[in-house]
Design a protein around this ligand. Structure first.
Ligand SMILES: C[S@@+](CC[C@H](N)C(=O)[O-])C[C@H]1O[C@@H](n2cnc3c(N)ncnc32)[C@H](O)[C@@H]1O
Length: 297
């Protein structure tokens, strides 16, 4: 629901370049990551009310390099308060509260994890899915193993495991494995020195004067809350006062103008998907001053 991974690059492509990128609701930092990779910004100020932005910095510094644990539903609820890897990589849409897999799909995800991380095909066998032992030989990276297994499973499913593996296809995005891959890529950014990370309320983020882009992806209106209740009216007032503030939302009050929009698959629950129009918005007064800096209007 809250994850921006799938559209992070699109978001950044639709924002103007600037000296400083500021993301007060950085969450799992998918969009900050895309902003770093874009080369459009020199400095980054990222914040979240939870420790997720700090975890991003830890990831860049390599803290999770050796991480390969499988986290079951029971592990998740036991460990999530104290273990950021568990809380972020195994929560549904990174909401940090709910386990990411439905009970029906969890055994398949576990089997996939064991195969990819430990070359252990026994959990698949226990589920009645025979994967030839040689499938993963010569495959070194997690990405290669994942892709190879995925192809094989899709073929097996169409041949004989249609019922069993249908739900695996439904969650083809393999969200958690993608999170791990993202961590791997972040580790390559270790040398990045221009990143300021804070934990706190968005109103306390120090906005420097000068050429900035403030990108806000607050909790969506009318969706289940993150860890805190969120006052949208106050946020709109705050956003209206900022000079270059872009907001991701489905819908906004009339004083904001839509500058780009994209259809997005929204996973509302483990078993249901929906399409929504994701927008990037800017306050009308500011939009008038920014003509020429905005794309795709
Ligand atoms: C939709 S998510 C952001 C996702 C993010 N764009 C990404 O790429 O992963 C919204 C984030 O706002 C954070 N949040 C909620 N209330 C906040 C507040 N008052 N100040 C700062 N962050 C807040 C939540 O912890 C959550 O991580």
């Amino acid at each position: 629901m809250g994850s921006k991974s799938a559209i992070a690059k699109w978001v950044v492509d639709n924002l103007p370049p600037a000296d400083t990128w500021i993301e007060p609701f950085a969450g799992g930092c998918a969009v900050t990551h895309a902003a770093i990779l874009s080369g459009k910004y020199k400095r980054f100020i990222i914040n979240d009310i939870t420790d997720s932005a700090k975890v991003f910095l830890d990831a860049i510094r390599g803290k999770f390099k050796a991480e390969s644990r499988w986290i079951s539903r029971a592990d998740f609820f036991k460990l999530k308060e104290t273990d950021a890897y568990v809380r972020l990589c195994f929560s549904f849409g990174n909401d940090q509260r709910t386990y990411c897999y439905g009970a029906d799909i969890e055994p398949y995800k576990r089997a996939f994890h064991y195969a990819v991380f430990f070359n252990d095909l026994r959990p698949f066998q226990e589920l009645g899915v025979d994967i030839p032992a040689e499938t993963l030989s010569n495959k070194n990276s997690i990405y290669e193993k994942r892709m190879c297994l995925k192809k094989l499973l899709i073929r097996l499913r169409s041949e004989k495991h249609a019922g069993d593996l249908q739900s695996l296809e439904r969650l083809q995005s393999l969200e958690r494995l993608q999170s791990l891959e993202r961590l791997e890529r972040l580790e390559r950014l270790q040398s990045l020195q221009r990143l300021v990370v804070t934990q706190g309320d968005y109103r306390d983020v120090g906005i420097p004067t000068g050429n900035c882009v403030i990108y806000c992806d607050p909790p969506y209106r009318g969706t289940a809350g993150y860890l805190n209740e969120f006052n949208h009216e106050e946020f709109y007032e705050w956003a209206a006062r900022q000079s270059s503030c872009f907001i991701s939302e489905y819908d906004m009050p009339d004083c904001f103008r839509l500058v780009a929009a994209k259809s997005k698959n929204v996973t509302l629950a483990a078993n249901s998907n929906n399409k929504k129009l994701e927008g990037i918005w800017v306050h009308k007064c500011r939009a008038n001053n920014m003509n020429g800096r905005l794309f795709n209007i």
